[in-house]
Design a protein around this ligand. Sequence first.
Ligand code: M6R
Length: 607
Amino acid sequence: MCGIIGILGSAPAAPRLVEALKRLEYRGYDSAGVATLEGGVIKRRRAPGKLANLERELAAAPLAGVTGIGHTRWATHGAPTTANAHPHATDRVAIVHNGIIENFRALREELIAKGHKFESETDSEVIAHLITAGLDKGEKPEAAAIGAVRRLEGAFGIAVLFAGEEDVLIGARKGSPLAVGFGDGEMFLGSDAIAVSPFTTRVMFLEEGDIAILSRAGAKVLDADGAVAQRQIHIFSGGVASVEKGNHRHFMQKEIYEQPETTGRTITRYVNAYDERVEMPDLDGVDLAADNAIIIGCGTAHYAGRVAEYWLEQIAGITVETDIASEFRYRKPAFGKKSFGVFVSQSGETADTLAALRYCKENALKTLAVVNVPESTIWREADARLPTLAGPEIGVASTKAFTAQLSALAALAIAVGRARGALSSQEEGRLVHALMETPRLITDALTAEPQIEAIAHELAHARDVLYLGRGVHYPIALEGALKLKEISYIHAEGYAAGELKHGPIALIDEDTPGVVVAPHDALFEKTLSNMQEVAARGAKLIVITDPAGAAAVKDIAKHIILAPACDAFVAPLVYSVPIQLLAYLTAVQKGTDVDQPRNLAKSVTVE
Ligand code: M6R
């Protein structure tokens, strides 16, 4: 949720901290702050709101020093004010924190009783005071940090800066990710690899319970038992260029337009194009011939799972249960014997999805992660993984990660179908062929932008919008409604088209547009009947369909968004594009903050 950066550098730290925070602002943008050591003394600048406010503060009152920490905040405890902005500090210690300290009240009372003075309403500030209490007892920075961390309950990724200690930075993780970057005579800490990407490509990911003690010479890592641990250094390939907007107005727009490439990359990872066969990596004991599967995720990742539910049932003939991670984790469900769990997540850090994965592992279910961020917690804790190769996704609204998830899940459905003997090799060839055509079809779908822009001008005036779809396009309708809600703030609901007359049709009037996802497939005639019911009640229909569908709806649709004709199997991938563009262009029309919509954060690492 919050973004963290720490630098033990050889150049002025403040501009570099801000540079890193720009890449982290997608994680939270309620406030931002930095602290550096100026002649060994901790100096801070903090500001509520966007990073630009902090930049103004720094321009008015620059900070010197080559050692520092920085933070972008997604508020949990306390309003987004300057006082609640990180870094939190005493005169001896400054800290930045991502996560929630659950026992902060008890610790705070204990420290207040000992004379500590608190400035903020946050849970995080207690960390700075706990470490200071250790230093006040005569402990060295390492011992004071370890002693404090051992007393914290909850989730945290933290970076700690010590007054008078130019060559020490300490990081700790439990529940929230933390990465260590290795430069040339410089060291870095970041809440993810993107944070340190402007400075180095050599990145080490801390594991649960790790504490890292950094000096310019390197890092010493202690595991949860206090033993020295070796952690692998990875080369982070998601370089700086991929987190720039380029010529695009917003990251979301850039990411929508990257989809021919990102789906192509993901699909080719799992198919042998020459033989037209799916090729899965080693899945470490996940039995693809299983009788049933569960698919868990949150938000957009959940909707990708809902699409996969249809694919797995139709192609592989297995029973699939999909659920939202936050519900699943407290249901305590039982599992069939021949079963596996699929966990879908862009960030690989979503707290509820991670908890659901851990619940399944505790109950001996084999787990498979469909994850975009390499070496994230879900990636590492799952038994096996199907990487999605979307590259860094910065826009809070997920677009290219969604279609990359669909790409990997489509390949998985084919692999399960083959493993279960439910798919002939001819049929597998047809499906793989269709998948291979998807990047080209997505390119075609993108050409509808000017047409969609004109419709978005109208949609921007709506107060409520209904999204309708049938079969595999029902989750696409849900995803369309989510996209519109989160970036344009227009109320939208997705419904199964056939469910409409069981209640929601009462909402229909001429001011409530209906967006219908309706390729001319086996269910088209059924959806057409539903469209007629809605049109008869005055709703203005925006129908997303192919040329054959367009001919059938021309008399009832107010607007038609033309998508290319395609194999029904890959239509969810292709139809994702117009629903993304419709939401994006409507939000642009409304003038909302597309990449950083209000109240949201990219990665939800708290419950
Ligand atoms: O990182 P994850 O894929 O686990 O995140 C899940 C959801 O928080 C995410 O998809 C969210 O719904 C997006 N903002 C939707 O655009």
